[in-house]
Ligand binder design. Structure first.
Ligand code: AMP
Length: 208
């Protein structure tokens, strides 16, 4: 028998749509376990083989291959479990940046119970590009400093990542307007996930 599937909410949307900002707030304050695969990759030792692999893809705006990504993601969760930062039976994962291809969604299927997909809808490409440029300056993110790399990231989202939405039951996909201030977007996200967290905690209390 395998382990029970891990409960997860996906934060889903194009680069620059604000998933990272929202994920950090929700993870820090509201009791979700936030995992950003971009952050995990950026924390790799730049001299290591994996660090080099990451740089060679991200500097071009491309995705890291699926098998490498899933391996690193699973290792991160195992470590968090060992350190008792994360407990699959108590915590809901808030996933930011994964799955990013249909194949990743398939590879994670046996391991994740996806409760909801929060889709950050942002059709205003000029606004996304502006946000990414601003962030690159503040955070020293080289992948977002060059316009051609930003454009490639948006193309890769449209071609490889957006189809992931159709992989999930339409009933669990909740679309929020990602254009607005961080507080406005947070209010929209909370309206979707507050009832979910309440039901999850109620079910756990009655089970145990
Ligand atoms: P992000 O910070 O989420 O925009 O991710 C930065 C870069 O990390 C991406 O452009 C990819 O090169 C890589 N990356 C992050 N998450 C994934 C993923 N799930 N699959 C493949 N590559 C990823």
């Amino acid at each position: 028998m395998g382990n029970p599937r891990k409960s997860a909410i996906l934060l889903f949307g194009p680069p620059g749509s604000g998933k990272g900002t929202q994920g950090a707030v929700l993870g820090e304050l509201l009791g979700f376990f936030h995992v950003s695969t971009g952050d995990i990759f950026r924390a790799l030792d730049k001299e290591s083989e994996l660090g080099n692999t990451f740089a060679s893809y991200s500097s071009r705006g491309e995705l890291v291959p699926d098998d490498v990504t899933i391996r690193i993601f699973n290792a991160h969760l195992e470590k968090a479990q060992k350190n008792r930062d994360y407990s699959p039976s108590d915590d809901i994962l808030l996933l930011d940046g994964i799955p990013r291809s249909v194949q990743q969604a398939q590879l994670l299927e046996d391991d994740l119970d996806v409760l909801n997909v929060i889709h950050f809808a942002a059709n205003n490409e000029a606004e996304l590009i502006n946000r990414l440029r601003g962030r690159a300056m503040k955070q020293g993110r080289t992948d977002d400093a060059k316009e051609e790399v930003i454009r490639r990231r948006l193309e890769v989202y449209a071609q490889e990542t957006r189809p992931v939405l159709a992989h999930y039951d339409a009933g669990i996909v909740k679309t929020v307007d990602a254009i607005g201030t961080p507080a406005e977007v947070l209010a929209r996200v909370l309206a979707e996930i507050a009832p979910l967290q309440r039901d999850y905690w109620a079910a756990r209390a009655s089970a145990g």
